[in-house]
Design a protein around this ligand. Sequence first.
Ligand code: SF4
Length: 359
Amino acid sequence: MTAVTVPVPTMPRRRKDPTEIRDPEGAEKKVLLAAPRGYCAGVDRAVIAVERALEHYGAPVYVRKEIVHNRHVVETLSERGAIFVEETAQVPQGARVVFSAHGVSPQVHQEAADLELRTIDATCPLVTKVHREAVRFAKQGYSILLVGHAGHEEVEGTMGEAPEAITLVQNPEEARTVELPETDKLVWISQTTLSVDETMETVGILRERFPALTDPPSDDICYATQNRQVAVKKVAPAADLVLVVGSANSSNSVRLVEVALEHGAKAAHRVDFAREVDEEWFHDVATVGVTSGASVPDTLVQDLLRLLADYGYHEVEEVRTAEEDLMFSLPSELRKDLKAAGLATSNKPGGADREHELR
Ligand code: SF4
């Protein structure tokens, strides 16, 4: 059985003594800490679903794909007894499997049924909303342009809902060249974790080329992705350096680096862990912006802040652009079993900025 490949953690490098880092001349060193940052409601729910499943049913609990795109989360749940697999076929017949927050296609549900798996579907409700849109538009005879990134699990799941009707458009360049059959029923939908600005550029080009293009009824780029981008846009113009905590396969984390650079940060880097920061980045840096992707527990941001304090960035100013209190209930299959056992079925208070128990 092949487990999901988790990259080998970077070995800590020999660190420079903080006094070797060239300080900015005549400027105070400080951190601008973006908020909202970190865990969104969909990630919170998915991670808690695996934790509660491990507690209630006992290990092992299989998880198809990474439950959320974060190395620390995957490693920690693996230590507790979760087994991450790439494909449904790798789960033993009749075993229990959790589907990740990114969603799965109907084909995956069928594969699970064929293997008589006991499934817990932790697909984020905001991803499910996009799936439903795809099904509805396809039934109504629309051709659908899905703005998203090839190979991302969410895109694979959404495309699987209506493969004949959906054409993927990844960026403005593809919007300029995509070919479609003549139709006056054309609609666009999108992946939930894209750059808002780039998506609007892509859609603008599509609209010029295909005037019949219809908008989806509401935003597909989710509230958490949008809020984290708005916060980093506020921090970036004042930052000599922006550090984004998040994994390389986390779409929304990678977008935060791009958005920071597009909005005035002199430099921006993504790190999974504080130990990955490079001291060379801090020469002549007075203000460091810090944020994190929607799949990142805040404990990893706190590690980074401790390291920054070692480098003389003691002053931390929070820059908050929105409050978040959205919370999703646990997957229905899990709630039902917990209720039958007389156990609490409520999710813990979730959403951004919560110090999740994963450490
Ligand atoms: S980033 Fe958005 S769509 Fe993805 S899990 Fe979080 S809330 Fe759901």
